[in-house]
Write a protein of this length. Structure first.
Length: 288
């Protein structure tokens, strides 16, 4: 039997008993940070890296973790064990806490921590075998040009609207085009193109959310002898690419075969993309 459980400030609760105040600033303003984690063989993958990034994101928006990172790690492991799912989707969230109405962040004194564990959603196998379609979406990230530009904050309205446009077009993801006309990332993913046997992906300072799966893919590419260039990705480069793929914690690596209705390369997943996916899975599916 699979289950969804929620842990709020260390207390484990069934999902229908998990309540947070409407005065919590995450609800009122999206004033929070979070991480998405998955398990392999029942164990949270790269858990310490995710929690280090959570703490960094929190520091960027001036939220102090309410407990030590080691305690938070223990709470995640406890929640995963209690749920008992074969594989688990984990969301760890820290909000600035409750406060009277008003924007002043100093009015909230007690950050709230939430761990949600649920059965890991299955990605359709045909996405890997046939590839996905994406659309481009020109906008500006909520935290763009602020010190929190690389923080994983709870306000995901831009991504929600971008994904709505993707769904209207029958696509699986939207690629965000920034105010300078550069592709920075997907609505909930990082983006790579392959060109002449080399990988290109936007650098960290392009205002992206540098994914942990992205970093591990870069390591895997290096180990496989695939050259990688970290450089800005102009919108026009997409249609000139031999291959495109996106990466994220849950989906790992998905081939992109159409952008805004136009085919990429041969219109089917490419050899470099599929080879890198196989190498990634061989290296990381066993957490040991």
């Amino acid at each position: 039997m699979v289950s969804t459980l929620v842990m709020i400030d260390g207390e484990l609760l069934p999902e229908d008993h998990a309540k947070v105040s409407v005065f919590d600033r995450a609800f009122l303003y999206g004033d929070s940070v979070f991480e998405t984690i998955r398990t392999y063989d029942g164990l949270p993958f790269a858990l310490d890296e995710h929690l280090v990034r959570l703490e960094k994101s929190a520091a960027q928006v001036f939220i102090k973790l309410p407990v030590a990172r080691e305690q938070l790690q223990g709470e995640v492991l406890e929640a995963v064990r209690a749920a008992g799912n074969r594989e688990t989707y984990i969301r760890v969230m820290v909000t600035r806490g409750t406060a009277p109405l008003g924007l002043d962040p100093l009015s909230a004194e007690h950050p709230l921590r939430v761990v949600i564990v649920a059965p890991l959603p299955e990605v359709p196998q045909e996405f890997y075998e046939q590839g996905i379609a994406v659309v481009t979406y020109r906008t500006q990230r909520t935290a763009e040009a602020t010190p929190a530009a690389t923080a994983k904050v709870g306000n995901y309205l831009v991504s929600v609207l971008a994904l709505r446009e993707a769904r209207r077009a029958g696509a699986a993801e939207a690629l965000i085009v920034d105010s300078g006309g550069f592709i920075v990332e997907g609505a909930s993913s990082n983006v790579f193109i392959a060109r002449g046997g080399r990988l290109v992906t936007p650098p960290d300072d392009a205002g992206i959310l540098p994914g942990i799966t992205r970093r591990l893919l870069l390591e895997t590419a290096h180990a496989e002898g695939i050259p990688v260039d970290l450089e800005p990705l102009p919108l026009g480069e997409l249609h000139a690419a031999d291959e495109i793929f996106i990466s994220s914690t849950i989906r790992e690596l998905l081939p992109v075969v159409r952008v805004d209705g136009a085919p990429i390369g041969s219109g089917i997943p490419g050899a470099l993309t599929l080879g890198l996916l196989a190498a990634f899975r061989t290296k990381f599916h066993n957490p040991d």
